[in-house]
Design a protein around this ligand. Structure first.
Ligand SMILES: [Zn+2]
Length: 266
């Protein structure tokens, strides 16, 4: 009989809570560690369609990357989206556990999984976590041989199942020093420039941040936040499945990305 506590305890061992950023709110969002686990859904976001998915699978644990609660909730108004979401989660006996920046930072976490999917195993953090045990934000790697940005972009699209990506710089440039930061990693652009990174792969880059990268000769591959981070969840599923052999862990099939690609013909 596996309890929510068992899964949470394991996740906390691998991705220690103290590895999260100060502003973050990872951890148990709703529920009880004492509940007996039926099965679990792993998703990037806690959203109504994801909760419906958990209900349809008979899962009573939702493991999300983005925390359900970021800002203090002042009221649970059922007529508002958040209120309806909280109500549905509680009424259906679903426990929600989030692992956010601790999953990003810890070694073996989101960025390491993304690199492993590219066949890269040795990396160092772009910014070291103050606690030496935690890894840190982003990862820098030096490839054994230089590769064209174009070829790396192809690998990224295939290995991470990314539908669309933008770039800054030159696709034909050969690069060997790369950095990767899943999610909103534009804050690391200056740091990457100072480290001599030749290609930085991240999401949520704004115009002037892209200008800054280009002015400093650093290439960027800019992905969609959802697609980039979702790619890592398969690794999390594998890890949990191998630890809890009798439990079903489902990867959410819901595309919670609020930003859609506009096509002329649909
Ligand atoms: Zn994110």
């Amino acid at each position: 009989m596996t309890k929510v506590r068992d899964v949470v305890g394991f996740l906390q061992q691998v991705y220690p809570p103290h590895c999260e950023e100060q502003w973050d709110n990872s951890g148990l969002q709703i529920g009880s560690l004492d509940e007996v686990l039926t099965s679990a859904v792993i998703a990037l976001d806690v959203d109504l369609p994801v909760v419906d998915e958990a209900i349809s699978k008979g899962a009573n644990l939702l493991i999300s990357h983005h925390p359900l609660f970021f800002r203090p909730l002042k009221r649970v108004d059922y007529s508002a989206y958040m209120g309806e979401l909280v109500r549905k989660i509680i009424l259906n006996g679903i426990n929600v556990y989030s692992l956010h920046t601790n999953f990003d930072s810890a070694s073996g976490g989101l960025n390491d999984i993304l690199l492993e999917m590219m066949g890269i195993s040795s990396s160092v953090p772009v910014v070291q976590h103050p606690d030496g045990e935690c890894g840190g934000i982003g990862r820098v790697v030096v490839l054994p041989e230089p590769r064209r940005v174009k070829n790396i972009a192809v690998d990224v699209r295939i290995n991470w199942e990314v539908s669309v990506l933008s770039y800054v710089g030159c696709l034909d440039r050969c690069v060997s020093k790369l950095a990767v930061c899943g999610g909103s990693g534009a804050d690391l652009i200056e740091r990457c420039i100072s480290l001599g990174v030749e290609l930085y792969i991240t999401a949520d880059v704004k115009y002037h941040e892209a200008m800054l990268a280009r002015a400093n000769g650093m290439n960027l591959l800019i992905l969609n936040h959802f697609e980039m981070e979702r790619a890592s969840l398969g690794g999390l599923k594998e890890l949990l499945t191998s630890e809890f052999a009798g439990v079903n862990f489902y990867l959410s099939a819901v595309y919670t990305n609020p930003i859609r690609l506009y096509k002329e013909v649909d």
